[in-house]
Write a protein that binds this ligand. Structure first.
Ligand code: ZN
Length: 189
């Protein structure tokens, strides 16, 4: 059976942890990835990292096919991903995050990256991606290292969003999808 999982939010401890490498794909992880897709689609997201559903593993999923111009994009599951090269060219883009609802802010990142990752069959892939795909992958890979996009914002912006972040932390914000009810939430050990 598939289920929509609660999403961890800003302030939850697992979001600040470096996720552990995947050493083998078992049935539990396969079923978690399926649930992650259901959870992401339900929340209208285009990327989701395992620690965003309380799973401390180096896995994330990407599906940008709902975005105009990317209709043909095939959903991806990336396991133990690594960036092997980044372009010198940088690009600004307004990012959001399912773990930080109702906040968007511009983040500057490399426009193009080359990545190495494993799929669910533990087959290795090397891929060069740019623009929105590179953007989402960098954002999700940050999650696996305990980094959130708000960490990149300047001091002045940090001050401005503090109240909002506290609201999220204290679960005082109405979110249109299930979120965790405790900052110590863990789904799978
Ligand atoms: Zn995010």
């Amino acid at each position: 059976m598939m289920s929509i999982l609660p999403i961890t939010v800003f302030g939850d401890n697992i979001l600040r942890k470096k996720a552990a490498p995947v050493t083998e794909i078992n049935d539990d992880l396969i079923s978690i990835v399926r649930d992650m897709f259901l959870t992401m689609n339900n929340a209208n997201g285009i990327g989701l990292a395992a620690n965003q559903v309380g799973v401390n593993r180096r896995i994330f999923i990407v599906d940008i096919s709902p975005v105009e111009g990317y209709e043909k994009f095939k959903p991806m599951t990336l396991i133990n991903p690594k960036i092997v090269s980044k372009s010198d060219e940088l690009e600004p883009y307004e990012e959001g995050c399912l773990s930080i609802p109702e906040l968007k802010a511009e983040v500057i990142r490399p426009k193009k990256i080359e990545i190495l990752y494993f799929d669910l069959n533990m087959r290795e892939h090397k891929l060069e991606v740019d623009d929105l795909v590179a953007r989402v992958i960098q954002h999700e890979l940050d999650h696996l290292n305990g980094i959130l996009f708000v960490d990149y914002l300047d001091e002045e912006t940090q001050k401005k969003i503090k109240k909002h972040l506290n609201k999220i932390k204290n679960r005082k914000l109405d979110v249109g999808y299930p979120i965790t009810d405790s900052s110590n939430y863990i789904y799978y050990k």
